[in-house]
Design a protein around this ligand. Structure first.
Ligand SMILES: CC(C)(COP(=O)(O)OP(=O)(O)OC[C@H]1O[C@@H](n2cnc3c(N)ncnc32)[C@H](O)[C@@H]1OP(=O)(O)O)[C@@H](O)C(=O)NCCC(=O)NCCS
Length: 464
């Protein structure tokens, strides 16, 4: 279904001109005014900073209803997938539209396995990063570098495309584990054909030449579920970055690297770390949560992991994560006082008019950091885990765009608010007109990082 034209919206503009704009209805009855002819007919564009009201594409991958707390991949509720599926099945579903048959799943697992090693020469790259380099910086760089080792044909056929997808889904995980090993200064552990996707990752992370890693099925399930609930979330910031970079027909490894870069920020993939930082500070302050709630209400702090741009009743992923917390942290020896604090915060917030009246509920990040912490995943790896989970989603969008007849280069418009046309000013007359941060002060400005190169007269050296 490509979105049917069901009705029209009338636009009145200028001195009484009118224009009819088609209204497109999606498969779940969501409606969009199609403005494709707006500029050519009326000379107008739309302004929607942050794209809160803009559908950038038609997509058949993920459906999300923030008012009703619904999230479905290819029609399947996230709750069912999280409970019954493996991450590899979900990756296949997102990519190809249906859950795999047993044979398809075997084939997909086999190609993921056979693609899990990265070119041995790439291992040298890891040596060049400084010790303690953030694993996200290594991940973005290494994923872009894959393009040099695995050339992408100009127009990949189905088989070549399947190989690219397998490389990325599998190798992002290998690179993630290798970057952690670099971070802690241990030798890398290679992927094993004998292990499934998540077990393989945990083994690469936590085994070493001197000790083996014992898999705990509950931890495996927890990490598997984390990856599943993060696998796609329609047109979020990083997926939009992937679609925009991909629309130029850039190399797919560079395109996924763009997604990883966009994910890195604390407004996006970095939020689960912020929750743990918040819980730790509450714990260290000896607060039972009440004081923190008061500071959040007084705008002195933000209750991290609460509120969402799209979900306005509940985030279905948060419910799944909370149940998992009970399961994992309820095990003997696994309790975490931060979970107690989180539950107290949630209870207090959900009985407080400040949060209720603003539709602020726990989001996926409120409990997911606790899951990763319980699984032994180090703090700096949280966003990397998110990237492993989101890679199939990014690739599904890249693939959908590649096969779409409507695919065009993404090139938004803007409303220009700068100066009107003005005359060029020769450099010796500029000072009295200059504005902005480079305005010359009376004190000497040293612009060179080499002090001896700064002109003692105080003149600005030519910057080229
Ligand atoms: C997710 C988030 C960015 C959504 O932002 P948004 O839709 O733009 O909502 P706004 O920031 O406009 O907030 C609306 C109101 O709720 C308040 N609010 C929003 N989230 C809040 C929070 N976590 N704690 C306290 N107050 C919050 C705002 O201060 C604002 O109050 P006001 O109406 O008195 O000005 C925001 O809720 C937030 O910062 N949450 C914490 C970070 C987080 O968990 N991010 C992960 C998202 S998956």
């Amino acid at each position: 279904m490509d979105g049917d034209i069901t009705e029209a919206a009338a636009l009145r503009y200028g001195s009484g001109q009118e224009m009819e704009l088609p209204v497109i209805t999606g498969s779940e009855d969501e409606k969009a005014v199609d403005i494709e002819r707006l500029r050519s007919t009326a000379g107008l564009v739309t302004l929607d900073e942050g794209f809160a009201n803009t559908a950038s594409c038609r997509s058949a991958i993920t459906y999300l209803d923030g008012e009703k707390g619904i999230l479905r991949y290819r029609g399947y509720p996230i709750e069912d997938l999280a409970e019954k599926s493996r991450f590899v099945e979900v990756a296949y579903l997102l990519m190809y539209g249906d859950l795999p048959t047993a044979i398809q799943l075997d084939d997909f697992s086999a190609i993921l396995n056979s693609s899990s090693l990265i070119h041995e020469d790439m291992r040298h790259f890891f040596l060049a990063f400084p010790n303690n380099a953030h694993p996200m910086s290594i991940l973005t760089t290494m994923v872009a570098s894959l393009s040099a080792f695995y050339p992408v044909p100009e127009n990949p056929n189905d088989e070549e495309e399947a190989q690219i997808i397998a490389n990325l889904v599998s190798q992002v995980r290998t690179i993630a584990a290798f970057s952690f090993k670099k971070f802690i200064g241990e030798p890398v552990v290679y992927p094993s054909y004998k292990l499934r996707f998540v077990e393989n990752f945990l083994n690469m992370m936590f085994s070493s030449p001197v000790s083996s890693y014992e898999q705990d099925p509950d931890i495996v399930k927890a990490v598997e579920t984390f990856l599943i609930v993060h696998a796609d979330h329609e047109q979020n910031c990083s997926t939009a970055a992937v679609r925009i970079a991909g629309s130029s027909l850039a190399n797919v490894y560079a395109v996924i690297s763009a997604g990883i870069s966009a994910l890195w920020g604390r407004r996006h993939g970095g939020a689960n770390q912020a929750v743990i930082t918040m819980l730790r500070s509450i714990q260290e302050a000896g607060d039972d949560g009440r004081q923190f709630i008061e500071s959040a209400k007084n705008k002195k702090a933000r209750l991290m992991g609460f509120g969402h741009r799209v979900y306005k009743t509940f985030d279905p992923r948060a419910i799944i994560m909370k149940k998992l917390c009970h399961r994992i942290l309820g095990k003997p020896g696994m309790t975490d006082p931060m979970f107690e604090i989180a539950m107290r915060l949630e209870e207090a917030a959900l009985s407080d008019d400040y949060f209720l009246s603003r539709n602020l509920y726990p989001n996926v990040d409120f409990y997911s950091g606790l899951i990763l912490k319980a699984a032994g995943i180090p703090f700096d790896m949280f966003t990397v885990l998110f990237a492993i989970g989101r890679t199939p989603g990014w690739l599904a969008h890249w693939r959908e765009m590649r096969h779409s007849e409507n695919s065009r280069i993404a090139r938004p418009r803007q409303i220009y608010v700068g100066p009107l046309k003005r005359s060029y000013i020769p450099v010796n007359l500029r000072e009295k007109h200059s504005v902005g941060v480079m305005r010359r002060s009376r004190t000497k400005i040293v612009v060179s990082k080499y002090p001896e190169m700064a002109d003692p007269s105080g003149e600005m050296p030519e910057m080229g």
